[in-house]
Ligand binder design. Structure first.
Ligand code: ADP
Ligand code: MG
Length: 396
């Protein structure tokens, strides 16, 4: 186990009030939750606490409120209703977080009850981890449970604050996410194949750097491949490129070589004359990208090469699409890789908002071992950073 903190299993919560930070930052349309993944993800811990006889007080942020008071379109009420619908539990909601109304609602919470507080970010001080906010929230519970993996990388009042005043432990989602995303660096089943794509080298440099420390093979695709091409001396036409990062890309190639990590770069590419829905693709080898063409996807030879590498893997970590998968004519590379990961007899771990969207687009989510619910938080773990929310919890 790569998780070194206490969890809800390690403390007695019977008859206690448990203050739990969840990630109910769900997308809403006209007051209705359009994707309930995050609410579902919190249910195992909520269910466990309820069965243990705890009274549960849930809090979360939703969206980006200004922090000057209530904004009805960013209320957590729809998320509370979704939780009730998904669990069949009686879920109460109070349209207050730090005031007397919230305090009264909390004081009425009995064992087995579930209360959802209003959006913690309706108050600016929350984001700064103001001690008054932390103290106030901590006063609501005997125990604090952090299960909001998606915000565990933020040192904010509702994430790290209560841990300074009451015993603080992890929920099951947080434990599983951290354990899964750190185990691949501790003791992965080999061969470990890491796949990194997406738009930019600059946003993934920490991820690439840390993966090279652990992976056997590193597959590179997406827009970032063209900065690597520049590092290898290829012309890239009008492809996405980051001139300032060519040197760092070259360093990564060198580091991989020194460590004996195999790096796979595209050998052919689907290129287009402009970036758009109506753009048509043509396949060219990587050393023959015309001056007036941009790379939009990996080509068929590259797909075959990558699929072969993935087939033999025992562990796969994937972050970042292989091409502009939002446009169907440039989605083939991402789809081929996604199918190969799904079909491979390996532990497959997926992180990153767009990567998850791509896997959902191809309807392959249930074929993956683990799909991270946190974008930024999962990237920080894969960069080898500690998450402040996790750090604040009691050591196991
Ligand atoms: P994630 O959210 O999974 O971490 P990123 O945000 O890094 O992934 O990158 C996803 C974006 O990269 C997608 O919007 C995709 O269209 C874009 N992308 C992939 N390949 C290319 C390319 N060749 N040129 C431009 N953009 C690309
Ligand atoms: Mg993204």
């Amino acid at each position: 186990m790569a998780f070194t903190k206490k969890t809800v299993r390690d403390i007695d919560v019977a008859g206690k009030r448990v203050l739990m930070r969840v990630d109910f930052n769900v997308p809403l349309k006209d007051g209705v939750v359009t994707d309930d993944t995050r609410v579902r993800a919190a249910i195992p811990t909520i269910k466990y606490l309820k069965e243990q006889g705890a009274g549960i007080i849930l809090m979360s942020h939703l969206g980006r409120p200004k922090g000057d008071g209530p904004e009805p379109e960013l209320s957590l009420r729809p998320a509370a209703e979704k939780l009730a619908e998904l669990t069949g539990y009686d879920v109460r909601f109070v349209d207050d977080t730090y005031g007397e109304k919230a305090e009264k609602a909390v004081s009425e919470v009995k064992p087995g009850d579930i209360l959802v507080l209003e959006n913690v970010r309706f108050l600016k001080a929350e984001k700064k981890n103001d001690p008054e906010v932390a103290k106030k929230l901590a006063s609501y519970g005997d125990v604090f449970v952090l299960d909001a993996f998606g915000t565990a990388h933020r040192a904010q009042g509702s994430v790290v604050g209560p841990a300074a005043y009451i015993p603080a432990v992890a929920g099951f989602l947080l434990e599983k996410e951290v354990d899964t995303l750190t185990s691949i660096f501790a003791d992965p089943a080999r061969p470990f194949v890491a796949i990194v794509g997406g738009s930019k080298v600059s946003s993934k440099i920490g991820v690439l750097d840390h993966l090279i420390d652990s992976a056997d093979t590193l597959i590179i695709g997406g827009g970032m491949a063209y900065t690597f091409f520049l590092a290898k001396g290829y012309a890239v036409g009008t492809s996405l490129k980051e001139e300032d990062w060519v040197e760092r890309a070259a360093e990564m190639l060198k580091k991989a070589e020194d460590k004996g990590v195999k790096i796979l770069l595209p050998v052919d590419n689907v290129v287009a004359d402009h970036f758009g829905e109506d753009a048509e693709g043509e396949v060219v080898d990587s050393d023959k990208i015309p001056d007036d063409r941009m790379g939009m996807d990996i080509g068929p030879k590259t797909c075959a090469l990558y699929v072969e590498a993935i087939k033999g893997a025992k562990t796969v970590f994937w972050n970042g699409p292989m091409g502009v998968f939002e446009m169907d004519q440039f989605a083939k590379g991402t789809e081929a890789v996604a199918r190969a990961v799904a079909d491979s007899d390996c532990t497959s771990i997926i992180g990153g908002g767009d990567s998850v969207a791509a896997i959902n687009k191809f309807d392959l989510a249930d074929k993956m071992s683990w799909i991270s619910t946190g974008g930024g938080a999962s990237m920080e773990l894969v960069e080898g950073k500690a998450l402040p929310g996790v750090e604040a919890l009691l050591d196991a």
